[in-house]
Design a protein around this ligand. Structure first.
Ligand code: FE2
Length: 307
């Protein structure tokens, strides 16, 4: 799946052929639950998308900010490598570069039953939310006719520091009030009904949300499993995650504690090998990469593993 992404720099230190594992969450949502509701949002930071020290380090959205939004390529990977997407120690922020967020369904779940909604406008929506802070309505009454008309919106002659829906340390939120042209009440669409074993993936820039209430009859349960390429940064996190795995403690991005460290019979390296062989061991940072590639040799060094 990561082959949808391309690097304009063939020498960029990234491989989509060597996926690495990010140990994320398990979610069990019971029927009737309204507490887990998540409105439309984009993960991977918020204000960082506008900051030179954030996504600006790789110029990820330069085409949008320079007015060439039609040329913005959301599938170019090398520009994402220098990105700092978490400058404010956001709670629950993911330290790995995820090309796709994803989940593996553990239950039979349909629309309205505590499942996922995504916004298929994708890069158009990305361009809109990035440019939104630079424009204001002339007639500010949202109920007035012509409120959404392009003639009612002007480039602000004096910019403020307001970034609609972006708060330090939080994910980027989208609302009907702050982002009226996205028409979120209509443009957020459910993923189809899923069965246990179905995998749902969405690009890391995609606006997504979770049903406000779970109106189904049975639990809605998923394992969060993103798609992460092999990069220096991801290998650095993988080394720390490996230590946590071997010690039975929560992954580095999660609140600490004893975790499973005192559990009897918890999984270890031998279980990873038995279940998934060499590929699984490598995805977990437990085995060196072979071959004579300089990139993989560097990764082995980061992981403190010898080929
Ligand atoms: Fe999310």
């Amino acid at each position: 799946m990561m082959s949808f992404w391309q690097s304009k720099d063939p020498a960029a230190p990234i491989s989509t052929n060597h996926p690495v594992a990010y140990a994320d969450r398990l979610r069990i949502r019971q029927p009737g639950d309204a507490g887990f509701a998540l409105g439309p949002h984009v993960d991977g930071g918020s204000v960082e998308r506008w900051e030179p020290e954030g996504y600006g380090l790789g110029g990820v959205y330069n085409e949008v900010f320079s007015g060439n939004w039609e040329s913005f390529d959301p599938w170019e990977s090398s520009c994402r490598l220098p990105v700092e997407s978490d400058l404010y120690n956001g709670a629950g922020a993911c330290s790995m570069f995820r090309m796709f967020q994803g989940w593996l369904s553990m239950s039979h779940t349909g629309p309205g039953e505590g499942t996922l909604l995504v916004n298929p406008l994708f890069s158009l929506a990305t361009s809109y939310l990035l440019l939104r802070p630079f424009f204001s309505p002339i007639n500010t009454n949202p109920a007035s006719s012509g409120y959404l008309d392009e003639l009612n919106w002007q480039l602000d002659p004096i910019q403020s520091s307001t970034l609609q829906g972006a708060t330090l340390g939080c994910t980027q939120e989208l609302t009907a009030t702050l982002h009226p042209h996205l028409d979120l009440t209509k443009s957020m669409v459910h993923v189809p009904r899923v069965a246990p074993g179905d995998y749902v993936a969405w690009h890391c820039d995609t606006i997504h949300a979770v049903d406000k209430t779970h109106a189904g009859e049975t639990d809605s349960s998923v394992l969060y499993i993103p798609s992460c390429p092999l990069t220096d940064g991801n290998a650095n996190y993988l080394a720390r995650q490996r230590e946590a795995f071997l010690n039975g403690t929560p992954g580095p991005d999660f609140p600490g504690g004893k975790g499973e460290s005192e559990h009897l019979g918890r999984m270890g390296k031998a279980d990873v090998s038995a279940q998934g062989g060499t590929e699984a061991e490598r995805a977990m940072g437990l085995k060196a990469y072979g071959g004579d590639s300089a990139f993989l040799a560097k990764i082995n060094g980061i992981l403190d593993l010898e080929n």
